[in-house]
Ligand binder design. Structure first.
Ligand SMILES: Cc1cc2nc3c(=O)[nH]c(=O)nc-3n(C[C@H](O)[C@H](O)[C@H](O)COP(=O)(O)OP(=O)(O)OC[C@H]3O[C@@H](n4cnc5c(N)ncnc54)[C@H](O)[C@@H]3O)c2cc1C
Length: 414
């Protein structure tokens, strides 16, 4: 498309450098290229969208079909800043956009939305094909390493260092989790050199350390704890998790992880209460535990009366002392509310996503850095967090779209 065809921008054709080829950067690239801007997209990795592809392993949960006002609450204290982004690109609009790529979606259990084949790869393939048709130039294996003295963008490549100039720059560099997929948060220090300090990056949707006994760790690492509930700070959620070498992880834990992490930051530990039999009333558990067991061992009593065995039964022994195990009232109470002492969040590099990043207060309403006019930011590198359930990707797409539109407006004003 030429300038005159787009009808928006004057000659010469403006050039925008987008750095980061994840969902946020690619969405920004689409907006800009469709409007007739020349887009040069750089990424450090040999191929684009690696974390997006990883998110698709085991089922790509791309958004959520719950009511919009409930959806918004998932962004916690940042709901106010995320709201305008999602109003312009809602979960429904995201689904329509996916359908436009020839990929159907469906609403699964708990209102989670998936592509019909559950996979990320066909979607990414179709999208990149369309973006190439828009004329976007992709520069893989280009690691951005800041600005040179003339204000140009510096990249390291296999052939050595190179630089590029652009009328505007859009950073969509991701957070700091799973750095092997490309987003290694090296941008934090690059921006600090230009006077931009960020909210410290912290693990979000992460596992936690628990001091297991060597025997329990050896026997039960990797064992799932299915059909349980976990309560923290008065909030109860049902689901499942996994015993890990260092402690505990999995969907149910991720759902509580922001609050648990914050509590550990304040107090040095957090107590998560597990209900090992969420479908049974406390009274029913109490009745069955108290049932006379005759000569049977406690283990076979728990197994025959309550169906408690394996990792669940051994978790009780791991946490409770002999006195508590043999006091029917205390044991029943603990089966419904077993206190697990979490002592640390697992490192950011292992987390599903990142909390912290560029503060909304440091950007204008168009996601442009107030201190660096012409530099826009989008995606997980911004200071927000959300649980798993499609909320992460939805906000990445929406912020990419908003930042892309912001760049367009900025270019028109120059
Ligand atoms: C295991 C896993 C499962 C997930 N599952 C889901 C899910 O089911 N649903 C969901 O909503 N979300 C999920 N997520 C989260 C989701 O994938 C991310 O939130 C999303 O990919 C972030 O998009 P982004 O564009 O902001 O950043 P990224 O996707 O991280 O992309 C950033 C890009 O920037 C590039 N880059 C970074 N630094 C530089 C540099 N200096 N120079 C050049 N390029 C650079 C990287 O190579 C990368 O390609 C999952 C994440 C993980 C790790």
């Amino acid at each position: 498309m030429t300038n005159s065809q787009s009808g928006i921008l004057q000659t010469p054709l403006p050039k925008v450098a987008i750095i980061g080829g994840g969902p946020a950067g690619l969405m920004a690239a689409e907006v800009l290229a469709k409007s007739g801007v020349r887009v040069e997209l750089y990424d450090a990795m040999p191929s684009l969208g690696r974390k997006f592809l990883m998110a698709g392993k085991g089922g790509m949960n791309i958004t959520h079909a719950e009511p919009f006002d409930v959806f918004l609450t998932r962004y916690g204290t940042r709901s106010g800043e995320i709201e305008p982004l999602l109003s312009a690109f809602s979960p429904d609009t995201l689904r329509e956009w996916i359908h436009g790529l020839g990929i159907d979606t469906f609403v699964g259990t708990s209102n989670r939305v998936f592509p019909t084949d559950m996979k990320a790869a066909p979607l990414l393939r179709a999208w990149l094909h369309r973006l190439r048709e828009y004329g976007i130039n992709f520069h893989a294996r280009h690691r951005w390493c800041g600005w040179n003295e003339q204000g140009g963008l510096r990249f390291t490549t296999a052939e050595g260092e190179c630089s590029a100039n652009a009328d505007a720059v859009l950073l969509a560099l991701g957070g700091g989790s799973w750095p092997q997929l490309g987003s290694d948060a090296a941008w934090v220090s690059l921006l600090a050199r230009r006077g931009i300090s960020v909210a410290p990056l912290r693990p979000s949707n992460c596992g936690f350390d628990i001091v297991w006994s060597p025997l329990f760790r050896e026997r039960f690492t990797g064992e799932p704890l299915k059909s349980i509930a976990a309560t923290f700070a008065g909030i109860r959620k049902q689901g499942e998790c996994v015993i890990s070498e260092h402690g505990i992880e999995g969907g149910l834990i991720y759902a509580h992880s922001a609050a648990l992490r914050d509590e550990i930051d304040i107090s040095g530990h957090a107590t998560l209460l597990l209900d090992l039999m969420p479908d049974w009333s406390p009274q029913r558990v109490q009745n069955e535990v108290s049932h006379p067991r005759g000569s049977r061992s406690l283990s076979s009593h728990l197994q025959s009366r309550l169906g408690l065995k394996g990792v669940k039964a051994n978790l009780l022994r791991e946490v409770l002392d002999a006195g508590q195990m043999h006091d029917p009232e205390l044991l029943a109470r603990n089966i419904k509310s077993l206190p697990l002492q979490l002592v640390a969040a697992r490192p950011l590099t292992e987390a599903i996503s990142t909390a912290g990043g560029i503060r909304f207060e440091d950007m204008d309403g168009k996601l442009m850095l107030k201190e660096l006019p012409g530099v826009f930011c989008a995606g997980e590198m911004l200071d927000w967090e959300a649980p798993t359930g499609g909320y992460l990707l939805t906000a990445c797409f929406a912020s990419g779209l908003a930042a892309g539109k912001g760049v367009l407006e900025w270019l028109q004003q120059q």
